[in-house]
Design a protein around this ligand. Structure first.
Ligand code: ATP
Length: 343
């Protein structure tokens, strides 16, 4: 798959053993994966994945439990051998140049084991000392928002602050590329938003971030592009706003009228238990104009008027849920969502 089927020439080798993926002579591609496969004794965990992540991009890999995310990411990190396909990360094949790659990537695991009696700054300094060109400790402390806790012992940090420290550790070596594995699992809502700001800061620094997450709002907020992986295959990929034809899906209008008031012609749908009615107009602007004009003319109040489009989570569930079907067709996701909602 590295060549033929996509019509893309194979990777080019340089004398120093760095691999330059085709079309990446200026090094703008951080991760380039073609036809990646990996099987364990009982399962074909990765079944032909193609991925291309630009430098400076925040890329989210989402998918149900067991979809193959961790296997894919571990292959990219150089921690797991692949069976087939080609993989280039920052110009290196992680299967062959793990040591060289190691100094240029940062990995934030779900929990990093650190000495709980060191301070924040001491911990970061210790990790920084493993790298040839580390980022100054205080810069890292500020980047992750741990300035006020610089001299606090790790044991005294809250869960959210420890997670920030995990990110700081990954940043200590000043890596080009960061792998974030479910960076906000178990966080309270405000800690999640703070962590998102930390990730956004990384993007401002021009870092490339590959994150895995189970939270669609996280992918929506952070990612430039999202890939949905299901049963070892990528079933949709694109910016969160357009993934799976989301932007093309028909909008629905939802509203409620006072008890006993009949809705205007052509604007009724089945009412739910709370008396809200929903319908999918052909022309959204015209329908909204007609509905609100009618309400003003009648002196009727419209309660909870909303325009609804499928969320990223709706699209995700349509692509990966039990009724996703064998087609795995991204464009069908928006249609499936619309069908499920009765429009
Ligand atoms: P989760 O969201 O639960 O972390 P995931 O998408 O990261 O899941 P993987 O951990 O890559 O999925 O697992 C993919 C499949 O490979 C699963 O069926 C899993 O049981 C299997 N698998 C993963 N690691 C191994 C292993 N070391 N040996 C055997 N099977 C494995």
């Amino acid at each position: 798959m590295a060549d033929g089927s996509l019509g893309i020439p194979g990777p080019r080798r340089l004398e120093n053993d760095v691999t330059i993926p085709p079309g990446n002579a200026d090094g703008t591609i951080a991760v380039d994966v073609h036809g990646l496969t990996k099987a364990y004794p009982d399962v074909r965990a990765v079944q032909g994945i193609d991925l291309r992540i630009q430098r400076g991009e925040i890329f989210a890999l989402v998918g149900p439990n067991g979809a193959g995310k961790t296997t894919t990411v571990e292959i990219l990190e150089g921690y797991r051998a692949r069976d087939g396909g080609s993989v280039t990360v920052l110009g290196y094949d992680p299967g062959r140049h793990r040591q060289r790659l190691k100094s240029q990537i940062g990995i934030v695991l779900q929990s990093t084991g650190v000495d709980r009696y060191l301070t924040v700054a001491e911990t970061i300094a210790m990790y920084a000392s493993y790298y040839p060109d580390p980022r100054p400790v205080d810069e890292v402390v500020d980047l992750v928002g741990l300035g006020p806790k610089r001299d606090a012992r790790v044991i005294k940090l809250s869960g959210g602050q420890q997670r920030r420290l995990d990110v700081a550790i990954a940043l200590a070596g000043n890596p080009e590329l960061l792998f974030l594995d479910e960076p906000t699992t178990g966080f309270d809502p405000s800690a999640r938003h703070e962590a998102w700001e930390v990730v956004r800061n990384l993007a401002v620094l021009g870092k490339t971030v590959l994150l895995t997450t189970h939270y669609m709002d996280e992918a929506q907020f952070l990612a430039d592009r999202v890939a949905v992986i299901s049963a070892g295959r990528i079933v949709a990929e694109g910016p969160p706003a357009t993934l799976g034809g989301r932007d093309m899906a028909r909008a629905r209008i939802r509203y409620r009228l006072p008890a006993g008031t009949a809705p205007p012609r052509g604007m009724a749908g089945p009412a739910d238990a709370d008396g809200f009615t929903e319908f999918a107009p052909d022309d959204l602007t015209e329908a909204l104009h007609r509905l609100t004009g009618w309400a003003i003319d009648q002196g009727t109040s419209i309660d909870g008027l909303e325009v609804i489009r499928p969320s990223l989570e709706d699209i995700y569930l349509a692509l990966t849920g039990p009724q996703a079907g064998p087609r795995h067709d991204a464009q069908s996701a928006a249609a499936a969502v619309a069908e499920a909602s009765g429009s």
